[in-house]
Structure formats: C-alpha cells, structure tokens
Design a protein. Structure first.
Length: 102
C-alpha cells in the first residue's frame, strides 16, 4: 500500500490518471494548470517510486498508471472558506412619511 499525502500534487495527478486513460503529460499539465517542468519533475518522481510509467514517443509522452493500491493520508480540508452567519438578518424599520402622519 502506497501512502500519498492528501492535497499534494502527486494526489491530483494520480486521481487524473485513475479517471482517464490514455493521457499525455501535456494533458495533465493543462488539467492542473501548472508548468511543464513541474509536471515532468513530479511524473519522474512517481516513476522512480514505481507508480507510473512514462512512454516517450517522438512528439508526446504518455503516462500509464502501474499500481492501484493507494491510501491518501492527511486531513481533508475544504478549499474555500465558508462564511457562517449567526442568527437572522436584522430588518431595519423605515420611517413612513406619508399623508397619515404629517
């Protein structure tokens, strides 16, 4: 069982690889919106661990997931902050300036 930290770039790449096959390194770069150098560096690190295999062709690099026994560790955190409101909104009483109270 391979332990991957929740919220890391490795986790995001592995989840993309689990959803789509075949996929290129360029497609992963576009999905995650990160630079090509960071993508290739992370993929090579995963290849050294024996998790993925990089198949380099003349114009594209295909990524293949070799293992499927992952355990994502760490706290699950929400990406966006949630604002909590306390109680109901206070309604402001408007003064009536009509004919009745002149």
């Amino acid at each position: 069982m391979i332990e991957i930290t929740t919220g890391s770039l490795e986790e995001r790449i592995i989840k993309i690889l689990q959803k789509t096959y075949p996929i290129t390194a360029e497609d992963i770069k576009k999905n995650l919106n990160i630079s090509k150098d960071i993508t290739l560096r992370t993929l090579k690190k995963l290849q050294m661990k024996g998790i993925v295999m990089l198949d380099s062709l003349s114009d594209k690099t295909y990524v293949r997931l070799l293992r499927h026994d992952f355990r994502f560790i760490g706290k699950k955190r929400q990406k966006k902050f949630i604002k909590h409101h306390s109680g109901r909104k206070k309604q402001e009483i408007e003064e009536y300036n009509g004919f009745m109270y002149s």
